[in-house]
Design a protein around this ligand. Structure first.
Ligand code: PGA
Length: 248
């Protein structure tokens, strides 16, 4: 990977006025950036992003996508619908969706497939809980989560983005050390290499309390191609510091 990719995950935060302020501040700070930058907003605000960011380098994405193509699935949003609003990315399998919405590895793999079919890049999240790490199961867990996506998507796997997000690091202020993150990224890269000759061009993002202070050391690791940023993406200055760290 040459260009790094920095993606903000706003989660269920924001509103019309706050989004506008944040977007204007972020877009104003992007002129010197030499990496790709996107924000994933609550789906209701995607038309707002399309309107405000269309002329800028900023890309936008959704935080989820339906595993179904269309039909009687009340409350769901299809990949084709998201694509109509210029969506480039869709986060799939975020640990909050796995935990609170019961998403299985199979569902996550199908969501990635729906996104790809609509021309949207899925950002597939994998990561272990603290209990799994302490029990020595990190490798087994992340490999199982990624294997399901590889199995369902075959050669299209070269079009995905993967985010390693240790659950114990998300929203806790406990960022994984660069060594801990690199170790898992190297495992994921090896798994992708076994599945596709294009593995080197798949962006592997780190996510979990990444912030202005620790971004540079994480992004310096061989297999860390960018970041998926939650809390720090809600403050323009913090988000832009991470973008700057990724632009070196
Ligand atoms: P955090 O969230 O940066 O607030 O830890 C990352 C994420 O959940 O994507």
């Amino acid at each position: 990977m040459s260009d790094k990719l920095i993606v903000g995950n706003w989660k269920m935060n924001g509103g019309l006025a706050a989004n506008q302020d944040l977007l204007h501040a972020v877009m104003a700070g992007l002129s010197g950036a030499s990496c790709s930058v996107a924000v994933c907003a609550p789906a209701l605000y995607l038309p707002q992003l399309q309107q405000l960011a269309a002329q800028s380098a900023l890309r936008w994405g959704a935080q989820d996508v339906s595993a179904h193509e269309q039909g009687a699935f009340t409350g769901e949003l299809s990949a084709a619908m998201l694509r109509e609003f210029g969506v480039r990315y869709a986060i799939v399998g975020h640990s909050e969706r796995r935990q609170y919405h019961g998403e299985t590895d199979t569902v996550v793999a199908t969501k990635a497939q729906r996104a790809l079919a609509a021309g949207i890049t899925p950002i597939v999240c994998v990561g272990e809980t603290l209990a799994e790490r302490e029990a020595g199961h990190t490798e087994e867990v992340v490999k199982r989560q990624l294997a399901a996506v590889i199995h369902t998507n075959g050669h299209c796997i070269s079009e995905i983005v993967v985010a390693y997000e240790p659950v114990w690091a998300i929203g806790t202020g406990k960022t994984a050390s660069p060594e801990q993150a690199q170790q898992v990224h190297a495992l994921l890269r090896a798994q992708l290499k076994a599945a596709t000759a294009q593995a080197q061009r798949i962006a592997l993002l780190y996510g979990g309390s990444m912030n202005a202070a620790d971004a540079a050391s994480l992004l310096a690791q061989t297999d860390i191609d960018g970041g998926l940023i939650g809390g720090a993406s809600l403050k323009a200055a913090d988000f832009l510091s991470i973008v700057a760290a990724a632009s070196h």
